[in-house]
Design a protein around this ligand. Structure first.
Ligand SMILES: [Zn+2]
Length: 425
């Protein structure tokens, strides 16, 4: 690109007037290619700000579709896009924001077989993913191809940002920058770190962390300021506190160290012990979208349940469990029994069954008095999916409640079979 057009000068004049950017800097942005991996909570602000800034080519890699529960934080999307592929919905929105933009849609699951080819034409890679296999995969490919990896992650009320770039210098020490493996040589134990779907996330966190990532991308392209290479910035929203940790390149790192043993992408699902895509969450997304599209019409009963209304292959424990259908019939007949919901109050607020008394499992010891005198009655306990309620029922039996049982599958199954369309969470 030789000269900016008058239209471009007008559009980017707030940039051009900054001496550190200028027309030359704006041209650098227009000529740059950035790959955003993940079009979710972080990918939204990242791609919106990069498109607005005039980054000429943005690649978006994601396999998901837009679902209603995305809209709490994924500000790239709107209600009219429900059910659309995220990458194509993103493309429409971002090109509307900036017609200069060339958006490359990569509707794919990023994995070891495609990552090297995927990143090769981009200048900067931004990691906005939410799972460990993809993070290691993106890290290794970036190290191998000497691409800066602008990393961000969020959880509940907190987030962190850094730039992994062993091929660039740590501006504070002059040493090589670290990579993700220098910071985390081993993945966490499978199941030990809850995802945002399990642990929750305050939506606005995405805006802060994603914007910090986009800022680092712009700085790298313009080669201005001090990139966060060798620094891990953490942010706690509840304390409104940023902290900086020095992180160092590890000469023994298996991918960026002096004697690397990883010279091409490996099997990251095996390395981390978890799948890249949770098949349950994909199915859930599909159902969410279907429900939203059907509006208030009742959702059809699922076909993947057996004759008792339990998921196919469910290992039914007749001595300990009742099915949601049995509970429904007991309620309909007005049968006398003690019905307990042992989840937390915030879960109760999401969805609950009329007539169930809320006694969180955590409070069972203090609140046992409330159940005094009911030892010889039938007791049914339910929770979200049937795990905690089974534990609750076992504790009750130890206290002399002979007929304490757990509702199999919890309220999630209830909301599938008895109250179809009721919230899944
Ligand atoms: Zn490393």
């Amino acid at each position: 690109m030789s000269q900016l057009t008058n239209e471009q000068i007008n559009r980017y004049k707030r940039h051009i007037i900054l001496p550190e950017v200028g027309a030359e800097g704006q041209k650098k942005l227009l000529n740059s290619k950035v790959l955003c991996i993940g079009a979710g909570g972080l990918g939204s602000p990242i791609s919106l700000y990069l498109a607005a800034a005039g980054v000429g080519t943005i690649g978006m890699a994601d396999v998901d579709v837009v679902s209603p529960s995305n809209l709490q934080r994924q500000v790239l999307f709107g209600y009219s896009m429900l059910g659309q592929d995220k990458v194509s919905a993103a493309s429409k929105r971002l090109k509307d924001l900036n017609p200069d933009l060339k958006l490359i849609e990569h509707k794919m699951v990023v994995n070891s077989s495609n990552v090297m080819d995927l990143i090769k034409d981009y200048d900067v890679i931004v990691d906005g993913t939410d799972n460990f296999p993809t993070r290691y995969c993106v890290n290794d490919a970036c190290v191998l191809q000497k691409k800066p990896n602008v990393y961000g992650s969020i959880f509940r009320f907190e987030g962190m940002v850094t730039v992994f770039a062993p091929h660039l210098k740590n501006p504070d020490t002059g040493d090589k920058g670290p990579c993700y493996r220098c910071l985390y040589p081993e993945p966490p134990d499978p199941g030990s770190v809850p995802s945002c779907a399990e642990g929750g996330v305050l939506g606005v966190i995405c805006g802060t962390i994603g914007s910090l990532q986009a800022t680092e991308v712009v700085k790298l392209i313009l080669n201005i300021g001090r990139p966060v290479i060798g620094r891990l910035i953490t942010w706690s929203s509840l304390d409104q506190e940023f902290r900086t940790f020095k992180i160092r390149h590890d000469p023994a790192c298996p991918v960026c160290g002096d004697q690397p043993t990883i010279t091409k992408p490996i099997d990251y699902e095996q390395f981390c012990g978890v799948p890249i895509l949770d098949p349950k969450s994909l199915e859930e997304t599909k159902r969410e979208v279907e429900r939203a599209k059907a509006g208030s019409a009742p959702a059809p009963r699922p076909k993947d349940l057996d004759e008792r209304g339990l998921p196919m292959g469910y290992s039914w424990k007749p001595d300990w469990e009742v099915t949601p259908r049995e509970v429904k019939s007991m309620l309909d007949k007005g049968e006398k029994f003690v019905f307990i919901d042992c989840r937390l109050p915030n879960e109760y607020q999401i969805t609950n069954i009329e007539g169930a008394k809320l006694i969180p499992l955590q409070q069972i010891a203090q609140r046992m008095g409330e159940l005094k005198g009911h030892e010889n009655e039938k007791v049914v306990v339910h929770c979200r999916s049937g795990q905690r309620s089974l534990q609750f029922a076992q504790l009750l039996r130890q206290q002399g409640f002979k007929d304490a049982k757990s509702m199999a599958g919890g309220i999630l199954l209830w909301n599938k079979d008895i109250n179809p369309g009721g919230p899944q969470y």
